[in-house]
Write a protein that binds this ligand. Structure first.
Ligand code: DX5
Ligand code: ZN
Length: 220
């Protein structure tokens, strides 16, 4: 078992001082930048789009893990790649032809991720799990930072581990929403590989220290 990854979510950064927050992540023990793109249709909020992401990419020294909370993501995959994405994650609920979408993401040279809303069962990925690089299990309803963690997430992680075992052993399981030092150990124990953290990092008095703590949590 390799060490887990930490992906601070820029959604919780100070948008008027983005450069400073990017530098904090660059210099921290964080592994990726988590970039939340919302369209006001798939989710009831609008965050920022590809021009802002591209500006972030110019200063970021770590991979951009892009979470597309948008309808019809196929229309934007190329723009997403050109704006600096390393990983592109689309929502299961937003893709009628998910298998084709995943192929298109890989065709662009990106890693392909699928996000599941809290109500979407892991078992729906059975016939596509071998084609996925990362599954993002939403532990809140997407759209906003700072929400309460949904406890059912632990069971979903274990179920996904069982589903992917022997079929896709390099699959990364990412948890997004309400993650902090209070639940990180239990998430790792259940089988999580990547922890997204917005408010628990940028809302902390010392974001660098918050990342350090998350990165050094041990699975209990
Ligand atoms: C929610 C986003 C998350 C969000 C997490 O729609 O996908 O990435 O930024 O924020 P916290 O860590 O504050 O729950
Ligand atoms: Zn996200």
């Amino acid at each position: 078992t390799t060490k887990h990854l930490i992906a601070p979510s820029v959604l919780a950064a100070d948008f008027a001082n983005l450069y400073d927050d990017i530098q904090i992540v660059n210099k921290s023990e964080a592994d990726w930048f988590h970039i939340d793109i919302m369209d006001g249709v798939f989710v009831p909020n609008i965050s920022f789009g590809f021009p802002v992401m591209h500006a972030i990419a110019k200063h970021a020294t770590k991979p951009l893990d892009v979470h597309l909370m948008i309808v019809d993501p196929d229309r934007y995959l190329k723009m997403c790649k050109d704006s600096g994405a390393t990983i592109i994650t689309v929502h299961y609920e937003a893709c009628t032809h998910l298998h084709r979408t995943l192929a298109a993401i890989k065709e662009l040279g990106c890693k392909a991720g699928v996000a599941l809303n809290p109500h979407t069962p892991v078992s729906l990925l059975k016939d596509v799990v071998r084609d996925i690089d990362l599954v993002c299990i939403m532990s809140v309803n997407p759209g906003f930072g700072g929400q309460k963690f949904i406890e059912q997430t632990y069971a979903k992680i274990k179920e996904l581990r069982d589903l992917s075992e022997g079929v896709n052993d390099s699959l990364l399981i990412e948890i997004d929403g309400g993650v902090g030092t209070n639940n990180a150990a239990k998430l790792l124990e259940a089988g999580a590989d990547v922890l997204v953290a917005g408010s628990s990092v940028f809302g902390a008095e010392d974001p660098t220290e918050a990342v350090r703590q998350l990165k050094n949590v041990l699975p209990i």
